[in-house]
Design a protein around this ligand. Sequence first.
Ligand code: HEC
Ligand code: HEC
Length: 298
Amino acid sequence: MLKKESLIWTLFIILTITVAACGNGNDNGSYERSSIQDSLDNLNPNKKEDAKILYGREIFNHTDTAVPENVGNKLSCISCHGDDGLDANSPMVGVNVTYPKMHHGKYTTLAERVNGCMVRSMNGQKFKEDSKELDAVVSFLDFISKDVNSKKDVTWRMDNNMEKTPEPDITRGAELFDRKNCISCHATDGSGTGNETGPALWGENSFNDAAGMARFSKAAGYIQNNMPRGLENTLTDQEAADLAAFMLSHERPVADKSEVGTYHLNPGRDYITKERRKKIRDKTFDWESLDSVKKAKQ
Ligand code: HEC
Ligand code: HEC
């Protein structure tokens, strides 16, 4: 009897979590995810224009295997922009109208922004400007954004940025990594279990230290908004900060300065570079030297 009751309770809890998770993913009120998904699924690979979009989708979802010569890790675009880039928490819907714009002090087109990801998040090589690969990725992003007409429509693009970040503790972060079950999808050593199940969080197969995710305030915001997958937005600011610091304290590819410049090396920015990683592990890093931590203390 007792067994049966606890089984029913377990089922009830699973159902509640599933409903909550799906609600979160589908119903953000601003773009219709299921209809975009349907129109993607209905593209005809025998039509030239459709085939190009589908190739872009293939590159977006399986970057490391679709264009291995351009990727220097085991990530894909969906490692951070989940579910065809349609995930409610980090969607790519509408990026076509938000570009060109100023980025890192430079006038940047969407194609240039994609290439920026190639040399940072993907730790790889840029696509050639007139390549069919770059054209395909941009066509795919255009397609999932086709119903968006103006910047004002894009109310759902969030920055995944925690403006005030509590001072973190990596010992607590390590403990949370286990207790919050990050290890079940990202493995105990952070090396991941796969692009679709849980990509590499650190080590040679992860993003390099000039990537947006290598910024402390972004990593904390991203983790809080997106993880643990299925239980998004359940971590406190402190927990997300502890987890971000723990993740970024580990070694990862060092960005090639000749590709990315030195923007990320400016000490006024919160990229966690090699020197900082060591200090964080030695517990000698002055967290208050980062603006977002200083702001949280004021
Ligand atoms: C390691 C994580 C990661 C990976 C992998 C990644 N991105 Fe991103 N991307 C980010 C973050 C973080 C941002 C900053 C915006 C945010 O905070 O959500 C971003 C921003 C962008 C933007 C600009 C959005 C805007 O509104 O300005 C585009 C476009 C983009 N990514 C495309 C891609 C493409 C295409 C790929 C694959 C080639 C890719 N990204 C891979 C993390 C990632
Ligand atoms: C149920 C599996 C699952 C769990 C649990 C989970 N993740 Fe993820 N994680 C994913 C998947 C899948 C992605 C790829 C993006 C997506 O689909 O949303 C991802 C992406 C990420 C990324 C960006 C990609 C990268 O390689 O850096 C970070 C950071 C991250 N997770 C951190 C965490 C942390 C921290 C926890 C624990 C609080 C956690 N995840 C728990 C499955 C999971």
